[in-house]
Design a protein around this ligand. Structure first.
Ligand code: AMP
Ligand code: MG
Length: 341
C-alpha cells in the first residue's frame, strides 16, 4: 500500500476514471449521502480484501453491498421478505441497508463469513453513476481507518487514506452525516433495527406497523464480551476521537456545574448551538436539531482531535427519530461512558 492518492472531482471524466479503477479491482473512496465509502467490486474477493487492508478492519465485520437498481437485489439475495419490499418502496434509493440471505455469488469475504448480506441502494448521484459505470455492485464500508470517526468530507477520507488507496472522488459534504440505518428480518418477518440511521425506527414503523419493528439489543446497550450479536459492527469500539468522551445527561445548568467541577487543561465541552451563548468554558457545538447533529457529529469528533482535547463532555442528544442514530454513535465514541446528572 503506497499509492499516490489522486483526488477526483464528480465530473463525467473523473467518474469514468473511478469506474475504470473499480473495474480493475482497485479501491476508490466515493461519496454517498450517508458518509464517504471505501468502494471495491463486491464480487471480486481480491478487491474486497484490499478494502479490509486499507481500513485495518476486522475480517468478521461484514461490508454493505451497494447496488444501482432496486431489481438488483434479486441477483444477490435468495429470499426477499415482504417487509423488505415495503421498506425498499418507501426508502430506496436512500440511507437504508437491509440484511437478507445471500446468494453464493456474494463471496464470504464480503459478508464477513456470514450467510447473509447487507444491501443498500444509495441516492447520491455520484455514487449511483459510479456503480452504473463500473458495472459492479460495490462493497463499501465507511472510508475511515477502522475505529476512527467516519468521513463526511473528501478531505476526511484523504487524511485517513492518503497513500493507502489510488483515488478519492469528491462529491461534497455528506447530507446525512451518519451511516445508513441497518435492519434485518426475523423469522416471522418482523423488522429488526440493527443500527439506527437517518431512516428512523419511527419511519420504519410507519411503513410496516408499530408491532412489526423492533430495536436489537446493542443499539443503546453495551454488548458484553463473548455475547452473540446480530450485527458484528455492534461489538467494536467505533467513531472514537483520541480524547476520552463522556456523555452527560441532564439540563444545561447541571451540565455547566459538572464541567465547572471537572474543568482543567484539555477539557472541551460538546454542546448544542443554542447553549453556546455565555458558556464560560472551552467548547465546540454540534447543532440543535437531530438532523443537524447527525450531519455534524463526525466532523466535530475529528475537530476535537485537532484541538488536542484530552477529555470531552458531551451534552446528551435527543434519542427519538434521527436522534437515536446520533446517540448510538456518540455512545460508541464514549465507550458507553454516560453520567446521569
Ligand atoms: P460500515 O460498513 O462501516 O458502515 O459497517 C457496516 C455494518 O453493517 C457492519 O458493521 C454490521 O454491523 C452491519 N452489517 C453489514 N452486513 C451485515 C450482515 N450480513 N449481518 C448483520 N449486520 C451486517
Ligand atoms: Mg464504519
Amino acid at each position: 500500500m503506497n499509492y499516490d492518492t489522486q483526488m477526483l472531482s464528480s465530473s463525467e471524466e473523473d467518474i469514468d476514471k473511478a469506474a475504470e479503477l473499480l473495474k480493475k479491482g482497485m479501491v476508490v473512496g466515493i461519496p454517498t449521502e450517508t458518509v464517504y465509502g471505501l468502494a471495491a467490486d463486491a464480487l471480486n474477493t481480491e478487491a474486497v480484501a484490499l478494502i479490509f487492508k486499507a481500513k485495518g478492519r476486522p475480517q468478521d465485520n461484514p461490508l454493505i453491498v451497494h447496488i444501482g437498481e432496486l431489481s438488483d437485489i434479486y441477483k444477490y439475495v435468495t429470499e426477499v421478505p415482504e417487509n423488505a419490499l415495503k421498506l425498499a418502496d418507501a426508502f430506496w434509493p436512500g440511507p437504508l441497508t437491509m440484511v437478507m440471505p445471500k446468494k453464493d455469488i456474494i463471496p464470504m469475504v464480503t459478508s464477513g463469513g456470514l450467510d447473509t448480506v447487507g444491501i443498500r441502494f444509495p441516492v447520491h448521484p455520484a455514487a449511483r453513476e459510479i456503480i452504473k459505470r463500473s458495472g459492479c455492485p460495490l462493497a463499501a464500508p465507511s472510508a475511515n481507518l477502522s475505529g476512527s470517526p467516519s468521513p463526511t468530507t473528501a478531505m476526511h477520507v484523504f487524511k485517513d487514506m492518503n497513500g493507502r488507496i489510488p483515488a478519492i472522488v469528491d462529491g461534497g459534504d455528506c447530507a446525512v452525516g451518519v451511516e445508513s440505518t441497518v435492519v434485518s428480518f426475523d423469522k416471522d418477518g418482523k423488522v429488526r433495527l440493527l443500527r439506527p440511521g437517518f431512516v428512523s425506527l419511527e419511519d420504519i414503523k410507519s411503513i410496516v406497523g408499530d408491532n412489526n419493528a423492533l430495536c436489537a439489543k446493542g443499539v443503546t446497550e453495551k454488548i458484553s464480551d463473548g455475547e452473540r450479536v446480530l450485527s458484528p459492527g455492534m461489538k467494536y469500539k467505533h467513531y472514537s476521537p483520541k480524547a476520552n468522551v463522556t456523555i452527560l445527561c441532564g439540563g444545561m445548568d447541571k451540565f455547566t456545574g459538572y464541567v465547572s467541577a471537572h474543568n482543567g487543561e484539555g477539557v472541551c465541552s460538546m454542546i448544542f448551538d443554542s447553549d453556546a451563548d455565555g458558556f464560560p468554558f472551552e467548547y465546540i457545538t454540534y447543532g440543535d436539531t437531530s438532523e443537524e447533529q447527525a450531519r455534524r457529529l463526525f466532523s466535530v469528533l475529528r475537530s476535537i482531535d485537532d484541538m488536542g482535547a484530552v477529555q470531552v463532555y458531551a451534552r446528551c442528544p435527543d434519542q427519538t427519530g434521527v436522534g437515536l442514530a446520533v446517540y448510538n454513535r456518540l455512545l460508541r465514541a464514549a465507550g458507553f461512558e454516560v453520567v446521569n446528572l
